[in-house]
Design a protein around this ligand. Structure first.
Ligand code: BES
Ligand code: MN
Length: 453
């Protein structure tokens, strides 16, 4: 490890420069105007994997490409599958960025750019740690495979198909993903559970065009009123979701877990202060961490309809749209939630409107074994890389492939997040701490050592 450590510190600056090059590529998977940039990012990652000493190839899919890499020259040693994503969320609203989202800028120890933490910067630590080993020691203590995809932010549908069709190629003993957060600055964490997700869209169509609300208003259903009414029925005043059978099978938290959550330092006033909100709201009877990590949700992500320009305009709009997502917890069936939501909306929709329902994507929640030898190795590696032992946490966000790894490859995932939840992921001014970039890379290098033979 001494050689590896020296290599990584000698190349620290180069690694940051290379990360900047990757961050300059606007690989926005959701926006079809950026298809060629997404491709370019895949090629960049593929080249980096090859330069690190791995075999690397680009696998085309029906959507954005997957980069597959491997170094498997250590017979008898465990095989680790590293997953990450090179695609990013759209950068909007653009005018809230201090520096442009695809012109990485280093300020007060952070690198600012879309994808800095989610997930280019975090993913990159594993490529660099492997390079550290292969360019000094000449081999790794473990076998590694890399799957770096370009569709995580849009649901990973094609990745699931790739894994299904390539189980042998993807076979491993454990997966490693750095696409989550530390618990707090100075408090690295291992995430042992993620919520799942159900993502959909509802369109309500009323009259064939916008109408005068004086002439026609009151005689037919207004799609925007109706949509607001439907959305209003989704959650009651105590934060309970009203979709029929929504809580069926939901695994309750154990007392042990509730105690563990309660023992983590958490200042509600600070939490709210950071968010600019004056009070919490959520399901009665649960703490904020419980609500965020282990209880299901239903959120409207966006709503559009009618006239929203300057000044008044009196119309009955022709159409209204809402994008809705539910976060899911263990034992909730995504397909049931989709069906129940759709029929709930249809049953409650006022007459005369046409309701169109589109299911975008979804994935189940996961909880991993906290006491596996892999977890132990990860704890040691993080303590060595960060100088502090990690805390065990769950996370409210979703990483679809983690459920797929469990289902198709029968492996647990080590979710080793180097970022912070205050890194503005999915928001303007996304950032990643350069120190966390180094510490993460070092922890990754130690992880190969701890997992290896
Ligand atoms: N990296 C995030 C998930 C995450 C966020 C984990 C914060 C821990 C802390 C991931 O890229 C993400 O945003 N996933 C989407 C998945 C969805 C589009 C299927 C999510 O959670 O919304
Ligand atoms: Mn991510």
């Amino acid at each position: 490890m001494e050689l590896v450590k020296k290599y990584l510190s000698d190349h620290a600056e180069r690694n940051v420069e290379e990360l900047k090059d990757l961050l300059r590529i606007p690989s926005i998977s959701a926006d079809s105007n950026y298809i060629s940039s997404v491709q370019e990012a895949a090629e960049f990652v593929c080249k980096q994997l090859a330069e690190s000493g791995c075999d690397a190839e680009i696998v085309e899919t029906a959507g954005h490409p997957i980069v597959f890499g491997s170094w498997t020259k250590k017979p008898g040693a465990p095989t680790v599958l590293v997953y990450g994503h090179y695609d990013v969320q759209p950068p909007d609203p653009l005018d809230e960025w201090v520096t442009p989202p695809f012109e990485p800028d280093v300020r007060d120890g952070n690198i600012y750019a879309r994808g800095a933490t989610d997930d280019k910067g975090q993913m990159y630590t594993h490529i660099k740690s492997v390079q550290g080993w292969l360019q000094t020691v000449g081999e790794l203590p473990v076998n590694v495979k890399f799957i770096i995809e370009g569709e995580e932010e849009v649901g990973s549908d094609n990745l699931d198909k790739f894994i299904e069709a390539n189980k042998e190629k993807c076979a491993c003993d454990v997966a490693v993903v750095s696409d989550t957060s530390q618990y707090a600055p100075g408090m690295p964490a291992i995430t042992y559970g993620l919520r799942g997700i159900m993502c959909c869209e509802v369109n309500l169509h009323g009259p064939n065009q916008d109408l005068h609300s004086g002439v026609f208003g009151g005689s037919i259903a207004n799609p925007v009123n109706a949509l607001a009414m439907l959305i209003g029925k989704l959650i009651d005043t105590e934060g309970r979701i009203q979709i029929p059978n929504f809580y069926d099978g939901v695994l309750p938290l154990t007392e042990e877990e509730r105690t563990a959550f309660a023992n983590l330092p958490f200042e509600e006033s600070e939490y709210l202060g950071n968010l600019g909100v004056s009070a919490t709201f959520g399901e009665e009877g649960f703490t904020t961490l419980e609500r965020r990590w282990a209880r299901p949700t239903c959120d409207v992500n966006g709503i559009v309809g009618g006239y929203t320009g300057e000044g008044p305009k009196t119309i009955v709009p022709a159409k209204a749209t809402a994008k809705i997502s539910c976060r899911l917890v263990p034992n909730q069936q995504e397909s049931n939630v989709v069906q129940n939501l759709e029929s709930f909306l249809r049953e409650n929709c006022p007459p005369g409107l046409k309701l169109e329902f589109k299911h975008w994507h979804g994935c189940p929640a996961v909880v991993c074994d906290m006491n596996s030898p892999y977890m132990q190795a990860a704890k040691v590696a993080i303590e060595k890389g960060f100088g502090t032992a990690p805390v065990m946490i769950r996370e409210g966000g979703s990483i679809p492939v983690v459920g797929t790894f469990k289902e198709l490859l029968d492996v647990d995932t080590l979710l080793l997040g180097w970022g912070q939840n205050t890194d503005n992921l999915h928001s303007p001014n996304e950032k990643f701490s350069l120190e966390a970039f180094q510490q993460g890379t070092l922890s990754s290098a130690w992880l190969w050592n701890e997992l290896g033979v």
